[in-house]
Write a protein that binds this ligand. Structure first.
Ligand code: ATP
Ligand code: MN
Ligand code: MN
Length: 408
């Protein structure tokens, strides 16, 4: 090993929120292997193991070099015995038998295919698997009663399992922006989730909506959804109203990491021909840059950019003869009051592991409780205010990590 290498690794901090984790990194062979095991653990009700594999993978993603031998792992955090065994095998043989066995197992393949149906979680998939249902077609034939989400999930299965491109995300952004500005002028929309972290594709598109006049945003989601439905943009939607305020004097709720914003899980009908022309005719289409969100980075897309005509035509390419003129796209919309915007932005930008690590850091290292609404300091017994993500990191005693570094 190079002199000083050990000293360097000894300084790698153990929480993912203390590190920068870029989208592209040097250890994909190892992290792909660990991700399979994480996924399998999550699908078989082993959340703890899943998190352990995810943390190990995230650690490797944050390293500035490729791992070629076990000696380079000395002193690194997050790597338990099981992970080390997997890494050793991959380094020595190119593959790990446990990973390959898992990848090819009927159970793993079936559970992945079934949870690939929108509206189907690990528990339901497992139940169906044990009834002999292994594929979406099996499910279709089974005559099971499905809820609305699952019916839509089956109906649009192929589209929803095809990655959403950035161009498609931008086209959706223009539609949502139009809807929002029609029903509440001055409202601001921000692209969140994976696309804000700089990903080129996603399994869905996520947006956060707010309005600078606190209170104006109340009831906004219902209006936005009505507008979208009237324009025939929605194939499916389930809107949940804000349960935050009412719960304060209402009956006590169990503590939960789930936030309580007005939100909408939806499936958009994105036109691949004239949908583009439709949005092009709106000369005022723009996305307001939220004043709180003030540290752009090159790999980061804070807001949805307006596409030029040339860019837009990308998604309006001539279709092959058997393809249809539209595709289904999963879209998540969240509305937050202005005062909670920074917490919502931080909480919905992800990645899921990064969020989990932020909350774990807050509780265990700072005796604070972080949610997508607030930060509570248990020692001072008060809520801490913040007007930007940078301020939240500072309150947590963490160095700021921009969205592109949160790909843990
Ligand atoms: P992908 O590109 O696959 O969509 P993603 O990072 O955008 O990746 P999402 O599942 O869209 O993944 O989640 C985006 C963010 O929203 C994550 O940080 C996640 O923690 C948060 N999130 C998702 N669902 C909920 C929910 N029900 N309640 C609170 N936060 C959620
Ligand atoms: Mn997403
Ligand atoms: Mn989402």
């Amino acid at each position: 090993a190079e002199p000083g290498a050990e000293l360097q690794v000894a300084l790698v901090p153990s929480y993912a929120c203390q590190r920068h984790t870029p989208l592209l990194h040097h250890n994909t062979v190892l992290t792909d292997a660990l991700s399979i095991l994480a996924e399998n653990a999550e699908l078989t009700d082993n959340e703890g193991r899943g998190v352990a594999f995810r943390r190990a993978a995230a650690l490797l993603k944050s390293l500035p070099h490729e791992i070629r031998g076990m000696e380079q792992l000395k002193g690194l955090p997050c790597l338990g015995d099981h992970c080390l065994r997997v890494i050793k095998e991959v380094l020595e043989d190119g593959t790990c038998s446990e990973v390959e066995t898992t990848r090819q197992s009927g159970q793993f393949t079936a559970l992945k295919a079934l949870t690939g149906i929108f509206g189907v979680g690990a528990k339901t998939a497992d139940r169906w698997f044990r009834e002999g249902i292994h594929t979406p077609s099996d499910l279709q034939r089974s005559g099971h009663t499905l809820n609305r989400a699952q019916q839509a999930g089956l109906q649009y299965y192929d589209d929803l399992n095809r990655p959403v491109t950035k161009a498609e995300a931008d086209a959706i952004g223009r539609i949502v922006e139009r809807a929002v500005s029609e029903v509440l002028p001055g409202a601001e929309i921000t692209l969140i989730g994976g696309f804000r972290r700089g990903k080129n594709t996603g399994h869905d598109v996520d947006f956060l909506i707010t309005h600078p006049d606190e209170g104006k945003e109340e009831g906004l989601m219902v209006k936005v959804v009505s507008w979208l439905e009237a324009q025939d943009f929605l194939l499916y939607q389930k809107t949940t109203r804000n349960s935050y305020l009412e719960s304060k004097d209402g009956p006590a709720r169990p503590p939960s990491n789930m936030d309580r914003f007005e939100r909408c899980f939806s499936i958009f009908r994105l036109s691949t021909h004239n949908g583009v022309r439709m949005t092009e005719t709106d000369p005022h289409s723009h996305f307001s840059v939220h004043p709180h969100d003030s540290h752009p980075t090159p790999q980061t897309c804070r807001t949805v950019d307006v596409l030029s005509r040339e860019d837009s035509s990308e998604i309006g390419q001539p279709q092959s003869s058997h393809s249809q003129s539209w595709r289904a796209v999963r879209v998540d919309l969240v509305v937050s009051p202005y005062s909670q915007f920074s917490f919502a932005l931080l909480g919905w930008t992800g990645s899921k592991l990064f969020e989990r690590e932020l909350r774990r850091w807050a509780v265990h290292e700072k005796a604070m409780t972080l949610s997508s609404h607030t930060l509570y300091d248990s020692k001072q017994r008060q809520y801490l205010r913040a007007n930007s993500e940078e301020e939240i990191f500072a309150l947590l005693g963490l160095e700021y990590v921009p969205p592109c570094g949160r790909n843990a």
